[in-house]
Design a protein around this ligand. Structure first.
Ligand SMILES: Nc1ncnc2c1ncn2[C@@H]1O[C@H](COP(=O)(O)OP(=O)(O)O)[C@@H](O)[C@H]1O
Ligand SMILES: [Mg+2]
Length: 292
């Protein structure tokens, strides 16, 4: 008979192991996200509370709770179809344009409700900049593209427009390339320059948050590098929420990263922690390429 003095008492129950986030979702649950403590020290610009979104019968976002910190670049990552674009478009109510969309929960921009019957959506959208996958300069000069929002607001003083144009193009790291041809068409620029022009146009309006949906996905690697450098440099001066399916890009440009999966926020924290010491095994599996 072997001695059993040091042996652990035999248990007839299997050890209770917590479900992974993905296993909990598979059981129809929506576990709370793992939010790193650093976020508590940030000043929120956008606050999202218990936000759900349905496309008809299909639920696309499940109880999203997160804040977008002031003056930081926050990346939304996750597999294709997990709801990144849906969440981004919900912030400036672009999903309102789809009849079947229903939402529950709350969002606010610097304390002002985004979803309230009394909100003037046009005025709300003026407070946010949006940069899409494909650059969309207006068919007008570089100068007029940049000062577009000011013109709409009735600003016609040449010196004001010139100052804003230069400041915004410098801010978008495009000034040196275009300063001698401000009056040529925005459409004459290369793809990467057009995307930086769209960023200049967005920042000229001094938005409280800049929303970007995969802004580099139509660009070649060199143009991508320039736009990534620019986004990284916007830190401090602008609040950016950027969707990317490219994890290297998230790691390069962002201060904070939010990992989404099947319409849920899974983990949210400083980018370096998300990529090197995430709290959840689900996040680790995703960022190391084991799934998704
Ligand atoms: N206009 C739409 N109508 C119906 N379903 C949509 C629409 N847009 C997106 N979806 C669905 O919502 C889910 C999330 O999509 P999306 O936000 O585009 O994901 P991601 O940007 O992460 O790839 C997907 O299942 C997608 O098919
Ligand atoms: Mg998308």
């Amino acid at each position: 008979m072997p001695t059993t003095i040091d042996a652990k008492p035999a248990s007839n129950k299997p050890e209770a192991r917590p479900l992974t986030f993905a296993q909990a979702i598979a059981k129809g649950q929506t576990p709370p996200p793992a939010v790193h403590p650093e976020l508590a020290n940030e000043q929120p610009v956008v606050t999202i509370e218990d936000f759900c979104l349905y496309y008809g019968q299909k639920k696309a976002l499940f109880d999203i709770n997160m804040t977008v910190p002031n003056g930081k670049v926050t990346a939304l990552i996750g597999p294709s179809g997990c709801g990144k674009s849906t969440l981004l478009r919900s912030v400036n109510r672009l999903n309102d344009l789809i009849d079947t969309v229903k939402i529950t929960g709350k969002m606010s921009l610097n304390g002002d409700p985004i979803y309230s019957r009394h909100v003037d959506v046009i005025e709300l959208r003026k407070r946010m900049g949006m940069v899409f996958q494909k650059s969309n300069p207006f068919p007008m000069s570089i100068f007029e593209n940049v000062v577009y929002a000011l013109r709409i607001d009735g600003e016609n003083r040449k010196s004001v427009l010139q100052d804003v144009c230069e400041k915004s193009l410098r801010g978008a790291a495009l000034w040196d390339e275009v300063k001698d041809r401000l009056h040529t068409s925005g459409l004459s620029l290369s793809g990467g320059q057009q995307q930086r022009l769209c960023i200049a146009r967005a920042i000229a309006a001094e938005p409280e948050v800049l929303l970007m949906d995969e802004p580099c996905s139509a660009l070649d690697p060199i143009a991508t590098g320039k736009v990534e450098d620019l986004i990284h440099e916007l830190r401090g001066n602008y609040t950016v929420l950027i969707v990317t399916h490219n994890m290297q890009q998230a790691a390069r440009v962002s201060d904070y990263t939010a990992f989404m999966y099947l319409g849920r926020l899974v983990e949210y924290g400083p980018t370096s922690s998300i990529f090197t010491k995430p709290i959840l095994s689900d996040t680790e599996d995703y960022v190391t390429g084991r799934f998704g």
